[in-house]
Ligand binder design. Structure first.
Ligand code: 5GP
Ligand code: MN
Length: 348
């Protein structure tokens, strides 16, 4: 049996909205990841079985390794079809906001999202959501938004309407947001849900290969290069990797090629914190990604130094300036957070 997570009154409220709505739009955050796409498409497949007019609108492109997912070709990218997406948002009865906690994470779409007269429901697992949705289903303790979508559908009594395609999408979101069930994945319920998804005939091993074993040769070489350039601060149990525009050009960088790089330094013995700085030429910012193990608060550091946020062990932000400045800022952050990073080896 699944433990109850979502409040039953919220489930009933959401179910009532779904029953009455004809036009539903599902949206998620900029640079959509496996959970953003998986949760959105999982809910989309389910609502299609309820015979609703439902569309998924994402702010910008998602990585190629998610393009095998059924329904991914039907996703509308806001940056490409702004006018049509604006119309969908303006005419929707309900907008479901998935996997983000503040309207600004919807990027260029946030204005249209806030302006839409539709009823809005938030389904998310980030801390402290802003007040822009009437129904707020926010559970930072769960693995992923995809898990929450699964729970919500089940709580509405609709497990039977979860198709194989929906199950594949939801599994993908749960798998990618937990690094293949290696972090944020200690709750026993998670494995009950996986069992339920497997009962829908999904092939989890194949999903793993489709998501993780799809490197291009140049991506693997780029990874090798980035790791040889890595700086390690052993006393602070911290590693930093970076990627400039020039280096990206040298390795024929394609969007998504550095996905997951930030996790690799944590495979060094006794590492607590990993930081990845990438120059984003499209948006003229340095994108900052942070990962930690244990209780180090990546989200606090990201908020304090890089206008960002996120989870305790996975957070991000950005710096509007040069790579050198971003690196200096991170060193400054390390100095401030040193007490949380220095610990006697014996304690480890
Ligand atoms: P990633 O490092 O994979 O880009 O992001 C990890 C997590 O950090 C995301 O799931 C999100 O919660 C958070 N995050 C990343 N970038 C930003 C940002 O610019 N602003 C905020 N508020 N959160 C971010
Ligand atoms: Mn997520």
């Amino acid at each position: 049996m699944l433990n109850k997570v979502i409040d039953q009154a919220q489930v009933a409220h959401f179910a009532k909205w779904m029953e009455r709505a004809e036009k539903i739009v599902i949206v998620s955050h900029v640079s959509p990841d496996g959970d953003a796409v998986g949760a959105s498409l999982g809910l989309w497949h389910f609502l299609n079985t309820q015979e609703k007019e439902v569309n998924v609108v994402l702010p910008n492109a998602f990585p190629d390794f998610l393009k095998w997912m059924r329904g991914s070709k039907d996703i509308l990218l806001y940056e490409r079809y702004k006018e049509f997406a604006d119309k969908l948002l303006a005419e929707a009865d309900v907008v479901c906001c998935l996997d983000f906690n503040t309207a600004s994470r919807a990027g260029a779409m946030s204005e249209a999202l806030l302006a839409s007269p539709a009823r809005k429901a938030l389904i998310d697992h980030h801390l402290a959501p802003d007040d822009f949705c009437k129904i707020v289903i926010s559970h930072p303790e769960v693995s992923s938004t995809s898990e929450l979508v699964f729970r919500l559908i089940c709580a509405m009594g609709c497990f039977g309407d979860i198709t194989k395609a929906a199950a594949e999408c939801l599994y993908t979101g749960m798998m990618t947001d937990t690094g293949g069930f290696t972090y944020n994945s200690n709750r026993a319920d998670l494995y009950f849900i996986i069992q339920q998804l497997l009962s829908k005939d999904i092939d989890k091993d194949e999903i793993y290969r489709k998501v993780y074993n799809t490197y291009s040769e140049s991506r693997l070489r780029l990874m090798g290069y980035v790791l040889t350039q890595m700086r390690v601060y052993p006393l602070l149990h911290t590693a930093v990797i970076s990627l400039t525009n020039k280096e990206q050009r040298r390795f024929n960088y394609l969007k998504g090629d550095s996905e997951g790089f930030v996790n690799i330094p944590l495979s060094i013995k006794d590492m607590t914190l990993s930081c990845f700085l990438r120059e984003d030429s499209e948006r003229a910012v340095i994108k900052v990604s942070l990962r930690s193990v244990g209780s180090f608060p990546c989200n606090r550091l990201a908020a304090e130094f890089f206008h960002g946020g996120g989870h305790l062990n996975a957070a991000g932000g950005e710096h509007h300036g040069t790579m050198e400045e971003a690196e200096a800022l991170f060193r400054e952050a390390l100095e401030k957070y040193a007490p949380l990073l220095q610990y006697p080896e014996s304690e480890n």
